[in-house]
Design a protein around this ligand. Structure first.
Ligand SMILES: [Zn+2]
Length: 248
């Protein structure tokens, strides 16, 4: 056995018949939700082999058969295990390649005396983000729209304006007891989600300030106070400047 095979933690309970495992190498959260008749796996890990291992673990923990999987967006650490679930319905936004139950806005998965609501709030972290809402357990799986392990990860298909709108949509679902499970990192409550929304709004405010004053990208890191660390901002600026050009 090679020691380089990415590992997975055991599933641990986070709410009534709701569990989380953590899968390497990206420290991604894998969710598991069981109803009376079946269970849903949320995100599938980074590889088919990891998907197989997660499936075995999930089926022994859930106490009911795994009846479907849902992927929160099309990044490899979330969809890489999908081939291990080819015999089950796989739910995801229609921009995720290879899901068998694609949707544009919303879907409901009935697990027996428990439903999971899947919703897409527009392009944000990627064009394909969707969240899983468990009304009875008051739990929301946010994918990478929110993260507690690291700052939000901006990529070529991120939409900065859209991200703020998506976070406002998530915030509108929450109360003080809601548990949020991010794509990466420990579960958290509403206050943390508000804080990340506030930082993202500050980021957009900074970018607008730079745009209005025609500040070149090379001066941007020092021109304002940024709400995220230097590496995050360095990765974000080329994308943000390119998106501003497109809008003009
Ligand atoms: Zn991602």
């Amino acid at each position: 056995m090679s020691s380089e095979i990415p590992a997975e933690s055991a599933f641990q309970a986070v709410a009534d018949r709701v569990w989380r495992a953590v899968a390497e190498p990206e420290t991604v959260n894998i969710g598991l939700v069981a109803g009376d008749d079946g269970a849903l796996l949320i995100d599938t890990g980074s590889s088919p082999e990891q998907g197989v291992r997660l499936r075995t673990m999930a089926e022994s923990v859930a106490g009911v058969p795994l009846v479907a999987v849902f992927v929160t967006h099309d990044h490899y650490d979330h969809v890489g295990g999908l081939p291990a679930f080819a015999d089950l319905p796989s739910y995801g936004h229609e921009d995720v390649p290879g899901v068998s139950e694609p949707f544009a806005l919303v879907r409901v998965v009935d697990l027996g005396s428990r439903r999971v609501e899947l919703a897409h709030f527009g392009a944000a972290h990627t064009s394909s983000d969707a969240v899983a809402i468990l009304p009875d357990a008051d739990v929301v799986f946010t994918g990478d729209l929110l993260e507690s392990l690291q700052p939000p990860q901006f990529g070529a298909d991120s939409s900065l304006n859209g991200w703020l709108i998506a976070l406002d949509s998530i915030l509108s679902l929450l109360n003080q007891q809601t548990i949020l499970l991010p794509g990466h990192g420990e579960p958290f409550e509403r206050d943390y989600a508000f804080d990340q929304r506030m930082r993202l709004a500050a980021l957009l405010g900074n970018l607008e300030y730079l745009r209005q004053r025609h500040i070149p990208i090379e001066d941007a890191p020092e021109a304002v106070e940024w709400p995220f660390d230097k590496a995050t901002i360095a990765a974000l600026l080329p994308l943000a400047y390119a998106q501003q050009k497109q809008r003009r």
